[in-house]
Design a protein around this ligand. Structure first.
Ligand code: IDP
Ligand code: MG
Length: 158
């Protein structure tokens, strides 16, 4: 299996509901390695660029509000962005996250345990996880500068 990198965001519902530690615990238990992490204040521009493939969807404008924290008081406009690396990282993290629709997500997954659909129809599903290698590369470049990610051991400086 190829060594991959994948982007994870703990979305504003995950932060406000204090699911940060639990999420990192499950990611670490998978054997993957955290190689980048930072709190990000999400601008409108960043949100729209991140979700640009969904710009024609009826839920798009609420999705931008959601990822920017407009529906969650604490602390506003923030997500925890992380990069994990390891063999098959993209699929492994998607499995830990669970299906997009929290009602369809397996009960033991993060979204299955903690996601919800609001009365307005928004899927609040706690985390984002890159869905394939192309998305992962694009998203990591969008959220992180190259020097904010630990190099692979073979490339690390002594
Ligand atoms: P993913 O997060 O599992 O990759 P995407 O289809 O890329 O799913 O959608 C991005 C985000 O948009 C989802 O995580 C969810 O928050 C929201 N979303 C996706 N589909 C719907 C929908 O049908 N109704 C409301 N929100 C949705
Ligand atoms: Mg997606």
């Amino acid at each position: 299996m190829a060594v991959e990198q994948t982007l994870i965001l703990i979305k504003p519902d995950g932060l406000s509901r204090k699911l940060t530690g639990l999420t990192i615990d499950r990611l670490d238990a998978s054997g993957l390695e955290m190689v980048g992490a930072k709190m990000v204040s999400v601008s409108e521009k960043l949100a729209r660029e991140h979700y640009k493939a969904l710009c024609d969807k009826p839920f798009f404008s609420n999705l931008i509000k959601y990822i920017r924290g407009d529906f969650h008081g604490f602390p506003g406009h923030r997500v925890l962005a992380m990069v994990y690396r390891g063999e098959g990282a993209i699929a492994k993290v998607r499995q830990i996250a669970g299906a997009t629709n929290p009602e369809q997500a397996e009960p033991g997954t993060i979204r299955g345990s903690f996601g919800r659909i609001t009365t307005a129809g928004q899927f609040e599903n706690v985390i984002h996880a890159s869905s394939d290698p192309r998305d992962a590369e694009r998203e990591i470049r969008l959220w992180f500068k190259a020097d904010e990610i630990l190099p692979e051991p073979a490339k690390a400086l002594k």
